[in-house]
Design a protein around this ligand. Sequence first.
Ligand SMILES: [Zn+2]
Length: 438
Amino acid sequence: MTTDNDALLARIDAKRDELVALTQELVRIPTVNPPGDAYEACARVLGERLRKRGFAIEYIRGEGAPGDKDSHPRINVVARYQGAISGGENVHFNGHIDVVEAGPGWTHDPFAAEVVGDRIYGRGTCDMKGGIAASVIAVEAILEAGIAFPGAIEISGTVDEESGGYAGVGHLASLGYFSAPRVQHVIIPEPLGVDRICLGHRGVWWAEVETHGRIAHGSMPFLGDSAINHMSAFIHLLDTELGPKLRERHTAQPVEPPGARVSTLNINSLHGGQVEQTFSVDDQGRPTGDLPSPVVAHTCRAVLDRRFIAEESLESVKAEIVAMLDELKARRPGFDYGLRDIMSFLPTATPKDAPVVDATARAIARVLGREPSYISSPGTYDQKHIVRTGKLNQCIAYGPGILDLAHQPDEYVGIQAMVDSSKIMALAALSLTAGRRG
Ligand SMILES: [Zn+2]
């Protein structure tokens, strides 16, 4: 097996140019989300390539799931290669094909996938088409080397991770694609770095708080009751009372960056009073466009993004906010509120002794000659659907690229990092399909 593995690693080295070309091909398809452009084109590049190599291909639209519409159909691809030996276990590489908008500040064309030295520049190189390409090359190298394996290896390209993944991994998980016995181990090649294994993520609760008031003329605000003033009282409490408490709550999980090893709260958005007007001031200093009219705000809404740690429960996180709102209701005249859940996911952590963690750790040691570090993510990613809907707690994120570069201008992925991670994914896949332990 050692010689086999040496030959396999050499083969992946030899496929370096092919790995670069595949990454470029994927990055040049601008699968920007929102709105969810060119998903089908990207899914088909992966699907038709893998079909030629003997994979069984399915295209699954996220029909009925949030985000799916006829103008931008959410097309996922799942490719499965059944090993020649009976028995064994099934390993799934899952990558999201969507990318966020390029945004300003680029010095490279974000969709040209230009190679400069050891880097490929472009939106999605790091997050995470480089990782998808590395997993494809890893599996193709195994097949080309003629290594017989038991079990099955799957590769999927899924949509909408950046907007919650409901029509992507969420939809596939509801159809059983991420559950035993179809799959036992999942590796998500998100850009966590070649020598880091991400075991899970913090929890998240998104909720909308609405305060109510009474509309009146803006020149006589004392005749109304401002919902914005009520909201500002609530935000003041978040800032001065809750904030310091959250910063004191430390988690034992190895969240990266270390600043996220506490509970956090972000006010995602705030909308109060009149709908925003698009007025401006002309060169003579006169207001033009749609001008505001004088009203006291009768409603104000804030979207809260509360990230919680494994040591907290979702119930306690919600109860804490409700208690603050109730306290304001008791002591602040006219204060009334509504609270609406938007979504929530519990913190998740794959056990460190899970086979998928162990196999990847051993492959990292073999290829890089060093021990991996184990981390947890401050934000959620598609593992949340695999754990909650798929009921599969054998999942990690492992892939090339530097996390900090994700969503930034001049995003890039290192070519050597892709080659190394491809080797690691290949060794891990073979070990997992064989059901080898320790
Ligand atoms: Zn990503």
